[in-house]
Write a protein that binds this ligand. Structure first.
Ligand SMILES: Cc1ncc(C[n+]2csc(CCOP(=O)(O)OP(=O)(O)O)c2C)c(N)n1
Ligand SMILES: [Mg+2]
Length: 789
């Protein structure tokens, strides 16, 4: 067995190798791989160097298999190099870094093959993901599902400038409310962002803030060389100088080198005996080594810091580093996209005893025995379990979700009713659903669900109003069994929580079926986090309500126009906007299945754009055909006749207007058809996929759902589309088979008013639909119009 100090030496050697391999990966992509014109790798080199020691300390020493990490985006070459040394990444992928199907520019759960825990890229989001992943682990544990699995630590490697992202602060506050545990954030305090050097004293702000939220803070500022020098005569003066040196100056001196440090120290400290001696006895090279021996580059200091934690409270490590350490542009303020020239790389290669042509060899140039290095890697705690990506069985979804019907309802009300029915039952589905809402639980109709299933907290807390017997519609009891996670008003948090809950099957080996509710316009407030959750292939359901101008008296600021287009364009999210509650129940049932479907390109998350508008509900049998039409995205509510001249295709809450218009149009155009579009997204996706299939495999006759639906229409039939949202959502229907389209919808921020007033104002009322149909089709004018009210 190697001794502790031998093992530390092996570890430090591997950290140097990690820096080399990550730099070589980047260099290879820029200078060696053929056809890399225009593929210049920016942003990675200096940022990666900054973290090579810290990440080596974590992966080769500190981490256990159950720990999970979000790596700062530009440190992806470091991550890939570490995985390469573990034998989990191929040389081929490294050689193809940033290339098609190569190792990804930013660590990606879905695109990389070397065990990325959490994707990163849009700074701030991966950081918050670790916090919510920890809360989800607590949730799984509290529900008795952890079995004998040990608790993992959720760790983020955070850039200091990344801390500017507001979503991190939103997450911190939420974490505090929920008693966050098992979370470590390691701030790479290199005092540089992309453009600039960060403000002086930023660390103090970080420190107070984290302590304020109940975190432990560990500042790792000085490496061992520094600490030894401080203990020498004159060391105190040196330390004072280092502490007082402005960030930009320190960075500039690191770039300029030992001689520049010497000159500055002499100029500023003057001739003071002991300290002068301390400086003089070191060569320029030694002086630079001393001055750049910040904590984050000193293996022993980092290990000591990590190992000093013996509790499960959250910890923020602030590790001082130098951006681009060890490379020719270290510390330079413009180094973000810094790359080594071929000559610089040659020089560095030679200095590390790496023979040309042997650059990818794992232990090339290291003085340590390959067998000892190999044994050390094999023995790393992190490497002891190969099964880090877990899975969980599919939760059965009842054939049909039921609800207590009424002749008139809104889809938002229906959503509450469907969930209430599930909550009443004793199914596996009911126990695996977990809901969350950013302070709009009651106003999005989750109240009944919460009354039955309770709120989640690690400790019991009774609803005081209930214990005091004060009448209230809602029972707000908190317990470890609760299934609703109440969030503060931060939509970013909502979607990152969805991202964490929706990956529970892969991270915790226990499947959860998360449902988020929020007001539809605030999808945009959390959009980057929603996109992030989808990018990671987290699985969840979003009920967004109310929506559109249909929320009329709520006014302009709350109206959503673009969300149907977001729903269509967002990859990994199947979007639906049902008009009727029976449709919604079908979609939700299908959705719980879709959320659990596995395999390449299979399954995904579900977005339900709902409404508070109460409308007449159809009394009908839910036949298998109708059910299929609803989930495929459209069905004929009134089938077009053979000589159809006009079709109205509608989505969502404007159903009554479309139905009224078709009635009036029908008086002069008998064969008119009414197409209920439950999902423009599914229709469009199906259409695109069918065209691709036909193109790729000539002779294949596959038609998509919308092509089949529109096939019987005569060529000169006109289609009026109508939605309470942007008209482009349905406008494309005309391209499917070349029909003329008049697309109605909302393009401008509205104002308060009644639904009738606003529909008229924006031209999505029955008369506007009739006018549009008339303008598209020949024949006698429609005689009747809807009477003004
Ligand atoms: C949301 C978002 N905005 C902008 C960027 C572009 N960007 C990438 S890295 C970076 C600077 C990061 O600085 P820091 O976090 O200190 O990391 P360092 O470069 O020092 O390693 C910026 C602005 C991004 N990736 N994500
Ligand atoms: Mg930085």
């Amino acid at each position: 067995m190697a001794t502790e100090s031998e093992r530390l030496e092996l570890l430090s050697a591997l950290a140097r190798k990690v820096l080399w391999l990550s730099s070589w990966t980047i260099h290879h992509a820029n200078h060696i791989r053929p056809n890399t014109d225009g593929l210049k790798v920016g942003g990675h080199q200096a940022s990666s160097a900054s973290l090579a020691t810290i990440m080596s300390a974590l992966y080769f020493w500190v981490l256990r298999p159950q720990d999970r990490v979000a790596v700062k985006p530009h440190a992806s070459p470091v991550f890939h190099a570490i995985q390469y040394l573990f034998g989990r990444q191929t040389r081929d992928k490294l050689e193809n870094f940033r290339g098609f199907k190569g190792a990804q520019s930013y660590p990606s759960r879905t695109k990389d093959t070397d065990d990325v825990d959490f994707s990163t890229g849009s700074v701030g989001l991966g950081v918050a993901q670790t916090l919510f992943a920890s809360l989800v682990q607590d949730y799984v544990k509290a529900h008795g599902w952890m079995k004998d699995r040990p608790e993992g630590r959720m760790i983020a490697l955070v850039g200091d400038a990344e801390m500017d992202e507001g979503n991190i602060f939103e997450a911190l506050l939420e974490g505090w409310k929920h008693g966050l545990r098992n979370t470590w954030w390691v701030v790479d305090y290199n005092r540089q962002s992309l453009d600039a050097v960060v403000r002086e004293g930023l660390w103090e702000k970080f420190e107070t803030m984290f302590r304020n939220f109940g975190w432990d803070v560990v500042i790792v500022k000085y490496g061992r060389l520094m600490r030894a020098a401080f203990a020498e005569p004159g060391g105190e003066a040196l330390k004072r100088w280092i502490d007082a040196c402005p960030n930009a100056m320190y960075a500039a001196l690191c770039f300029q080198g030992g001689a520049a440090f010497r000159k500055h120290l002499q100029d500023e400290i003057g001739d003071q005996g002991a300290v002068s001696q301390l400086i003089d006895k070191r060569s320029d090279e030694e002086l630079l080594a001393l001055m750049s021996n910040l904590g984050g580059h000193d293996m022993a200091s980092m290990i000591e810091a990590f190992e000093s934690i013996g509790h499960d409270r959250p910890v923020c490590f602030i590790a001082y580093t130098i951006k681009g350490i060890g490379l020719p542009f270290q510390g330079h303020k413009d180094n973000h996209a810094g790359l080594m020239t071929v000559t610089q790389m040659e020089k560095w290669r030679a200095a590390q005893n790496i023979r040309p042509g042997h650059e990818w060899e794992k232990f090339e140039g290291l003085a340590q025995e390959p067998a000892a290095l190999e044994a050390f890697l094999a023995d790393a705690p992190f490497n002891r379990d190969n099964q880090r990506r877990l899975s969980a069985p599919v939760i059965e979804v009842p054939e049909r979700l039921s609800f207590k019907p009424s002749p008139q309802m809104s889809t938002q009300q229906g959503f509450g009713l469907v969930l209430n029915e599930i909550a009443r039952g004793d199914t596996e589905l009911a126990s695996r659903i977990v809901t969350a809402s950013p302070d709009v639980t009651v106003s999005t109709n989750l109240g009944a669900w919460v009354n039955r299933r309770g709120l989640f907290a690690r400790a019991e807390k009774a609803d005081l109003f209930r214990s005091e017997k004060i009448p209230s519609t809602f029972n707000w009891d908190f317990s470890p069994r609760g299934q609703h996670i109440e969030l503060g008003i931060a939509e970013m948090n909502l979607f990152i929580l969805m991202s964490a809950l929706g990956l529970s099957h892969a991270i915790n080996g226990e499947r959860l079926l998360p449902i988020a509710t929020l007001y539809d316009p605030f999808i945009e407030r959390g959009l980057d986090a929603l996109n992030y959750a989808c990018y990671q292939d987290a699985r969840f359901m979003v009920a967004a309500t109310p929506s559109g101008i249909t929320l009329a008296p709520e006014g302009g600021a709350h109206q959503s126009i673009a969300t149907p287009l977001i729903g269509m364009a967002q990859d990994g999210l199947a979007s639906y906007e049902p008009a009727f509650v029976d449709e919604l129940a079908v979609i939700m049932g299908w959705g719980f299945g879709h959320m659990q479907r596995d395999g390449a390109g299979e399954g995904g998350s579900v977005y339900l754009r709902l409404s508070t508008r109460t409308i007449d509900q159809p009394q009908r049998m839910m036949t298998p055909d109708l059910q299929k039409g609803i989930t495929d995205g459209a069905y004929w509510l009134r089938r077009p006749g053979e000589n159809c001249e006009a079709v109205i295709a509608y989505t969502g809450a404007v159903a009554p207007e479309a139905i009224e218009a078709i009635g009036l149009i029908g008086e002069s155009r008998r064969d008119a058809g009414l197409l209920a579009v439950t999902s423009a997204d599914r229709l469009h996706a199906g259409w695109t996929a069918a065209r691709k299939l036909r193109r790729d495999r000539r002779g294949v006759q596959h038609l998509s759902h919308i092509e089949k639906l529109l096939a019987p229409l005569p060529r000169d039939c006109g289609i009026v589309t109508v939605i309470d949202g942007h008209p482009a959502t349905l406008g494309w229907l005309g391209s499917v088979r070349g029909h003329k389209v008049e697309a109605l919808g909302v393009e401008h921020f509205g104002q308060t008013g009644t639904i009738d007033e606003l529909y008229r104002h924006h031209g999505i009322d029955a008369n506007a639909i009739i006018d549009a149909a008339e303008s598209l089709t020949a024949g006698a004018p429609v005689r009747h119009r809807k009477m003004a009210v």
